[in-house]
Design a protein around this ligand. Structure first.
Ligand code: AMP
Ligand code: MG
Length: 407
C-alpha cells in the first residue's frame, strides 16, 4: 500500500489508521514527527495540490521493512518530492530484499545464515561487513546485552508474526528446553569476522540507486574490502535491532544525492531521521510516544538539522497469552523477554545504525549502565521508567520538553 499526498492530517492519526487490524498485538511506533502540515490540529482535511507554495512539505506514507514509513519532504516541487519518495521506497525494499532480511532467500543475511557450520566462511559485502563489525562492538561494549546472533531464539518466539497476525490467542511461548537448545547456537563471541580485499560482487553497482545503496555506510569506515564471515553450526543472524538504523544511514546518502530535496523527516517505525532545514527556519519537533498511552507523547525533542532518533520499548511489539504479556526485546542470557523496569528508551545521535542498536541495548541495560554505554558513543539517552519517571542524560535535557498533560 502506498499513499502520496499533500494534506492536513496528523501523523498520529495516519499511523493509527495503518496500525488498526493488529488486534492482540502491540504493533505500533515509538516516536513520531510532530512536524508537517496540520500536526497541531489533527484534522483530516485534504488540500488541493494547485496553487501551493513550491517548497512543500509533501507527505507520503508506505510500508517497508515490516513497518510504517512516513516521509515529509521539502523539495523544489511535487515532482521532485514524488521522485525522491519513490527512490526512498525502492531503496528500503532493496535493502530488505537483498541485504538484511533473514526470511528472504534473495538476501545476503539469508545466505550468510545458510553458510553457518560450513567452515568455509562467507564473503560479505562492505555494507554487511561494516554493519556486523558495529554489531560485534556493541555486543562487547554492552556486555552481551545486544546480540545480533540471537536469530535461533527470535525465530522460536516468532516475533515477526506478532505484528501481522490478528489472532494471537493460540500463542504458546517456547519451552525451557527449546530455549536452551536455541541459546546454545547464539553468542557474538563465536561470530568471526576476518577483513579481506574487496570482492568483485562487493563493488558491483548496477544503477545509480544501487550505487548509493552499496556505498560504504560511513566514509571513515570505508576500508578497502569486505569481511569473511564464519558462523558456527546452527547460528542465525537477526538484524532486527539495527535494520532501521542501517536504512537511515542509506537514506541520508540518498538525500545528499538528491539536490532538489532541501529538507526531510523520515520515520521508520521506532526510528526517525531529520535532514536539512525547513524553509521558515523553524526547528524539527519529534514526539516521543508515551508507553502508557501510545496515542499520546511523553514529550518532544526540538532539533535543528541532521539527527537520528531511535526508540525501543516493550509496548512496540508484544503478544499476550494466558494473561502474560511477552515483548520483543530478549535477554540473551535467558532467551526470555528482558525483565526491565524500563518501558521505553530513546537515543538521540547523528548515527542511525548506532542509535537503533543502542536503543535496544539500553532497554536491557537500564538507565545507569545504558547511559554509560550511550556516553561511550557520544549519544544522548532518555528512559521512561515503569513507574512513569523520566531519566535522561544531561546532554539530552536541552532538546527535550516534557508533555505536562501526559497520562
Ligand atoms: P528494536 O525494536 O530496534 O529494539 O529491535 C528489536 C528486535 O531486535 C527484535 O524484534 C528482535 O528481532 C531483535 N532482538 C531482540 N532482542 C535482541 C537483543 N538482545 N539484541 C539484538 N537484537 C535483539
Ligand atoms: Mg533497535
Amino acid at each position: 500500500m502506498k499513499l502520496f499526498f499533500r494534506t492536513v492530517i496528523s501523523c498520529i492519526i495516519m499511523t493509527a489508521i495503518l496500525c488498526c487490524g493488529c488486534a492482540g498485538t502491540g504493533a505500533g511506533r515509538a516516536a513520531q514527527p510532530e512536524d508537517g502540515p496540520g500536526a497541531e490540529d489533527g484534522s483530516e482535511q485534504q488540500l488541493s495540490l494547485t496553487g501551493q507554495g513550491a517548497a512543500g512539505p509533501w507527505q507520503s506514507m508506505d510500508t517497508a521493512m515490516g513497518t510504517v514509513v512516513q516521509q515529509t519532504i521539502y523539495a523544489e516541487d511535487q515532482e521532485a518530492a514524488e521522485d525522491f519518495s519513490r527512490q526512498a521506497s525502492d531503496l528500503l525494499s532493496r535493502l530488505e530484499r537483498e541485504e538484511i532480511s533473514w526470511r528472504l532467500d534473495t538476501s545476503e543475511v539469508y545466505r550468510a545464515n545458510a553458510s553457518a557450520g560450513s567452515g568455509e566462511g562467507f564473503d560479505l559485502s562492505e555494507d554487511l561487513s561494516v554493519l556486523l563489525e558495529a554489531c560485534k562492538e556493541l555486543w562487547e561494549r554492552s556486555d552481551g546485552a545486544f546480540d545480533a546472533t540471537l536469530g535461533a531464539v527470535t525465530r522460536l518466539w516468532n516475533i515477526d508474526s506478532w505484528a501481522v497476525e490478528e489472532d494471537t490467542n493460540d500463542f504458546v511461548p517456547p519451552s525451557e528446553e527449546e530455549l536452551k537448545q536455541a541459546l546454545s547456537t547464539c553468542g557474538s563471541q563465536r561470530m568471526r569476522l576476518v577483513r579481506e580485499e574487496l570482492t568483485e560482487s562487493g563493488s558491483a553497482a548496477e544503477s545509480d540507486l544501487a550505487a548509493i545503496a552499496s556505498a560504504p555506510l560511513r566514509e571513515e569506515n570505508g576500508q578497502a574490502g569486505g569481511c569473511r564471515l564464519y558462523l558456527p553450526e546452527g547460528m542465525r543472524l537477526d538484524l532486527g535491532a539495527v535494520g532501521k538504523g542501517f536504512a537511515m544511514e542509506k537514506l541520508f546518502g540518498l538525500l545528499e544525492d538528491s539536490s532538489d530535496v532541501t529538507a526531510a523527516v523520515i520515520s521508520l517505525g521506532g526510528s526517525i531521521l531529520t535532514y536539512g532545514s525547513k524553509p521558515d527556519g523553524e526547528p524539527w519537533r519529534v514526539g516521543i510516544v508515551n508507553p502508557f498511552d501510545t496515542s499520546g507523547s511523553i514529550g518532544t525533542l526540538t532539533l535543528a538539522g541532521q539527527w537520528c532518533v531511535s526508540t525501543s520499548g516493550d509496548y512496540e511489539r508484544y503478544v499476550e497469552a494466558d494473561g502474560v504479556r511477552y515483548h520483543h526485546i530478549l535477554d540473551p542470557k535467558t532467551g526470555m523477554p528482558a525483565a526491565s523496569d524500563v518501558r521505553g528508551v530513546t537515543i538521540l545521535m547523528k548515527d542511525g545504525l548506532l542509535s537503533d542498536g543502542l536503543s535496544t541495548a539500553c532497554y536491557i541495560l537500564g538507565p545507569e549502565k545504558g547511559m554509560e554505554l550511550a556516553g561511550q558513543y557520544g549519544a544522548e539517552a532518555l528512559f521512561v521508567m515503569a513507574d512513569g519517571r523520566i531519566e535522561m542524560s544531561e546532554g539530552m535535557e536541552p532538546y527535550f520538553t516534557e508533555n505536562q498533560n501526559r497520562k
